[in-house]
Design a protein around this ligand. Structure first.
Ligand SMILES: [Zn+2]
Length: 388
């Protein structure tokens, strides 16, 4: 067995109603004033005000920034960081899907280390431990509440930059399944498949270890067994709990094992055409899984069994069965069929492939990938009619 190491420094609170523990955890950070980073929808439905009120009852003041957008930008990080400094806050509470959580991590880095978020692009550039952060996901999910990454869009170069540092892992994460029971159906579908991709890519990654495999496989089982039920009825408490747990486990897995070509290729899709992250991943997934089949050393069989829940013999299995399973899952969840359908322009493929090759995830993809490969894969995922 190869050597490996792991560390899970975050404190996770999980379960229905666990949001009520926010004030208690906020007190533990030692902070006196919270800066709540969230999105406009959660402010509108009263969630931000409720959290602020609960904190005030515990003697902690709160200010809020709720202007985060999907695929959040470097400008949004700057605005939110300026707001943090003006507010006099001394810790951050992030509530929402992947976007508010990514912005919150970036703000924590900037206000503690100075400069702009672009100064910290890449791995291991954050020098000073950022201010404390409590992450509360409202989708299942990005797993951002437990990962060491923040992904921010730099519109000046149509590029999604990644900041990676163990300092980015939030000190506390509150996972309350009640919070994911009212997300729109298409968001539930896209975020659910994103979590599945996290687990799948972590499981086949060249950086996978027995530790990350354990989390990835359990995540695949939980998501495979519950995604259809959850997307059909987000108020199904058991399915919501299983999806949130699956997303958490997938997050822990990829925080250790990284991802692969799906994420390397999806970031340019989102950066150039503002396609939601989960949708871009879901569209690319079957094409990349097909491409990686050549490098499969038996893990596709495990993935197929975990996601489908079927007990079949290894000699009955072929990689095409996994590709079909994932295609049918997308179809049943009403995920757009191809890149064309979400407004991607083929003229940008060359520049997108250049950006995909800059991703650290290319290096851990199980099959060696060149720019020419990426171009072929984009083309294949561009139009379903073209390949069928
Ligand atoms: Zn993702």
């Amino acid at each position: 067995m190869e050597t490996f190491s792991f560390s899970i420094p975050q404190n996770v609170v999980f379960g229905e109603g666990s949001l009520k523990r926010l004030p208690e955890l906020a007190v533990k950070t030692g902070g006196k004033k919270a800066y709540i980073i969230s999105g406009p929808h959660l402010r509108k439905i009263g969630m931000v005000d409720k959290c602020a009120e609960d904190l005030r009852k515990a003697g902690i003041e709160a200010a809020a920034f709720t202007e985060t957008e999907g695929n959040p930008s470097t400008d949004t990080v700057k605005k939110a960081a300026d707001g943090y400094k003006e507010s006099g806050a001394d810790f951050i509470v992030a509530i929402g899907g992947g976007s508010p959580l990514d912005v919150a991590k970036a703000v924590a880095v900037v206000v503690s280390n100075g400069g702009e978020i672009t100064d910290y692009e890449g791995a291991g550039k954050v020098r000073v431990k950022p201010v404390s952060m409590i992450a509360i996901p409202t989708t299942a999910g990005t797993g951002s509440e437990v990962t060491a990454f923040s992904v921010i869009t730099d519109h000046s170069r149509n590029y999604k930059l990644t900041v990676g540092s163990s300092y980015l892992i939030p000190e506390y994460a509150i996972l309350d399944p009640e919070l994911i029971c009212s997300v729109p159906k298409n968001t539930a579908a896209a975020c659910g498949v994103d979590a599945l991709v996290h687990a799948l890519e972590a499981y086949i990654s060249l950086a996978a270890s027995p530790f990350s495999d354990m989390f990835a496989l359990k995540a695949l089982e939980l998501i495979g067994a519950n995604i259809s039920t959850y997307v059909a009825d987000r108020a199904d408490a058991d399915a919501a709990s299983a999806m949130l747990l699956g997303s958490l486990f997938a997050g822990i897995a990829f925080s250790h094992a990284k991802l692969g070509d799906v994420h390397a290729m999806s970031h340019p899709v989102s950066a150039y055409f503002d396609v939601p992250h989960g949708v871009a991943n879901a569209i690319l997934l079957p094409t990349v899984v097909e491409f990686n089949a050549q490098a499969d050393k038996g893990k596709y069989f495990d993935i197929y069994k975990a996601v489908s829940g079927k007990s079949i013999d290894r000699n009955e299995f072929s990689p095409e069965m996994l590709v079909e399973l994932l295609k049918n899952l997308n179809l049943s969840l009403c995920i757009p069929a191809d890149l064309k359908e979400v407004g991607v322009d083929k003229d940008k493929f060359d520049a997108m492939a250049d950006d995909a090759m800059k991703s650290g995830n290319i290096a851990v993809n199980p099959r060696k990938t060149t720019k020419e490969d990426i171009l072929k894969l984009y083309l294949k995922a561009y139009s379903r009619e073209m390949v069928e």
